[in-house]
Design a protein around this ligand. Structure first.
Ligand SMILES: [Zn+2]
Ligand SMILES: [Zn+2]
Length: 586
């Protein structure tokens, strides 16, 4: 076992060295095409490598095959990688035409720097490298992107070429197949194609606009979420989007999370900020009156929109944004109720994740970090409580030592999508800090005031990120209950329009999301459009259907069901909606 792990690590290192060597080879190829190229850095990354360049013109995807061919020639020539050490002075002379390399040289602490050369290309590099270019087995260049020098948006933007490299052709082919699948399911691409959401440069990066079809999915999720929470003893609340800065000073957010908060705005001589979290509003609601131990637990839930600053370079579709709606809740309870409450949240989290069709997840329990609020004893007790709760529901979990937030331990659940990629889902955090700072108490059996135990929790995370995971999990073919449009009625000719609209009205009155494709286009074209829109059911109606008062049902999987009565179809679709059937064929 230990040996295996070591072997794996060594294999991993070998791959990484080969990938990094491929980056040098790519740089040589680029230099041969663009002799004036300026070079940034070219590290190995997961599955491959990249290199950043400043070039006389913008690259297009058409450039990649040419660069690949050059790389192929360099690899076939099997050129040795030759290492040499020079003084910084010599290195500066060598790289006078390379401003980015000069900047890197200035930052090296040692007097000597090492260079690697293969063929005509010399690079500043610590190594190590494979011994010759022929050892680079299977590679492909996959994309071009812009990247700020050192990730800093105030520095110039360079052109980055990404490549992948593996030790066999088969491993490369498998990886490319996965990349294709990921591209097909990419939520930014599907978001556009299915008309779900948009992000506008005019409005600002990281700010999501939900289109009618995307908004339908969100509303269905929100309604389901609210109903489930009410069933489980939560109260729904709403809190404002801005609050006085002083409140965030009291909470410690201003001190600890300042980098993520937007600058204050002045209103009547008072400073306000836009809220980064919903917690404080819920605390203020709790504190409007005294609470007896008999009233606890109180569970306040809110689909609360919050705003946090993220650098524009890290923003990504719906999964990394600046404004997002958390499916938030705060539980105020006694310490002796903590375990039951955590069990309740875990059970709800599992139920939600399952309902949306995610079957694999990983659970992490994070313990006390170096800097922490509260006493060691209270931490130990709370961690033990979380362990008990996890054991109670037979959750398998791993410990993430020292990764708790400063104010308390937490449980994170990461679920996997259909491609095996992990998404941050439910989190449950115990908080020893805010009850103290805001003096959040209840009157105990002894008639005295006691601090409450407070839990922060989300089960979906945020509506934005959760929708990204759903889109990618289902590749846009949402289960019937979530599909923005569930049925498209497709009349064969104009004379069937009346019947089509009658069907539409009848299904609408049953709460089904349905439209008629009334365009005078060929039936096949309308079917194709509905399939592209991933609408679960297509009802094709022509002379036969009108005469017999039936519908001919086609699924987006292209499967054709037997002709059936309208009532029978109504029953089928209502069952798929009510049971939240996950069959993606539908
Ligand atoms: Zn190198
Ligand atoms: Zn909170």
């Amino acid at each position: 076992m230990v040996l295996d792990k070591r072997r794996q690590a060594i294999e991993g290192d070998k791959l990484e060295i080969m990938r990094h060597s491929a980056a040098h080879v790519m740089a040589e190829a680029v230099q041969s095409i663009f002799p004036d190229a300026k070079f940034g850095i070219g590290p190995a990354i997961e599955s491959g490598f990249y290199y950043d360049f400043v070039l006389p013109r913008s690259l297009t995807p058409d450039d990649l095959p040419l660069i690949e061919t050059k790389m192929g020639e360099i690899i076939t020539s099997n050129l040795p990688f030759i290492k040499q050490e020079v003084t910084k002075e010599e290195a500066r002379r060598l790289f006078t035409a390379q401003p980015y390399k000069l900047e890197l040289i200035d930052e090296i602490q040692d007097e000597k720097v090492s260079l690697y050369q293969q063929g005509s290309f010399v690079d500043l590099c610590r190594g190590p490298h494979v011994s010759s270019t022929g050892e680079i087995k299977a590679f492909k260049l996959v994309s071009i992107a812009g990247a700020y020098w050192r990730g800093d948006e105030h520095r110039p933007m360079l052109q980055r070429i990404y490549g992948v490299a593996f030790d066999t052709k088969e491993a490369l082919a498998e990886h490319l197949r996965r990349l294709d699948e990921a591209a097909r399911r990419n939520h930014r691409k599907l978001g556009k194609e299915l008309d779900l959401f948009s992000i506008h440069e005019e409005a600002g990066p990281g700010l999501v606009h939900w289109h009618p079809r995307g908004a339908v999915i969100r509303r269905v999720i929100e309604d389901f979420w609210k109903n489930e929470h009410i069933k489980r003893g939560y109260d729904i609340v709403y809190t404002p989007h801005i609050a006085k800065l002083d409140l965030w000073k009291t909470s410690g957010h201003w001190e600890f999370y300042r980098d993520y908060l937007y600058s204050p705005m002045e209103v009547e001589g008072q400073e306000y900020i836009i809220k980064p979290m919903n917690c404080l509003g819920h605390i203020l609601i709790y504190k409007t009156r005294r609470h007896s131990y008999r009233e606890l637990p109180l569970r306040y839930a809110e689909l609360g929109t919050v705003y946090r600053y993220e650098r524009s370079g890290v923003l990504h579709g719906l999964s990394r944004v600046r404004g997002f709606t958390q499916d938030d809740a705060h539980i105020f309870c006694r310490f002796d109720q903590l375990e039951d409450e955590v069990v309740g949240v875990l059970d709800l989290a599992r139920f939600m994740v399952d309902t949306f069709g995610f079957t694999n997840y990983q659970v992490l329990l994070s313990t006390r970090p170096e800097k922490y609020a509260g006493s060691i004893q209270i931490w130990e007790e709370a961690i033990e409580t979380l362990r008990q709760a996890l054991a109670h529901l037979r959750f398998a979990y791993d410990i993430d030592p020292g990764e708790g937030v400063f104010y308390g331990p937490k449980i994170d659940i990461k679920f996997e999508d259909a491609q095996g990629r992990g998404w941050q889902g439910p989190t449950i955090q115990v908080d020893f800090n805010l009850p103290q700072r805001f003096d959040v108490t209840y009157i105990g059996e002894d008639g005295k005031e006691h601090l409450v135990a407070m839990i922060h929790r989300t089960v979906l995370g945020s509506m934005e990120r959760f929708l990204a995971s759903l889109i990618e999990h289902y590749g846009g073919a949402f289960p019937v209950w979530l599909a923005p449009l569930q049925v498209m009625v497709i009349p064969v000719a104009d004379r069937h329009l009346n019947y089509a609209h009658k069907l539409e009205a009848e299904l609408k009155s049953e709460g089904v999301r349905v439209e008629v494709d009334a365009r005078s286009e060929r039936v096949n074209l309308k079917i194709r459009q509905a399939q592209l829109d991933k609408i679960p059911y297509m009802l094709v109606v022509g002379d036969k259907e009108v005469a017999a008062a039936t519908v001919s049902v086609r699924l987006r999987s292209r499967e054709q069901l037997a002709s059936q009565s309208i009532d029978s179809f109504k029953k089928t679709i209502k069952m798929a909606i009510v049971d939240k059937v996950k069959d993606v064929k539908l």
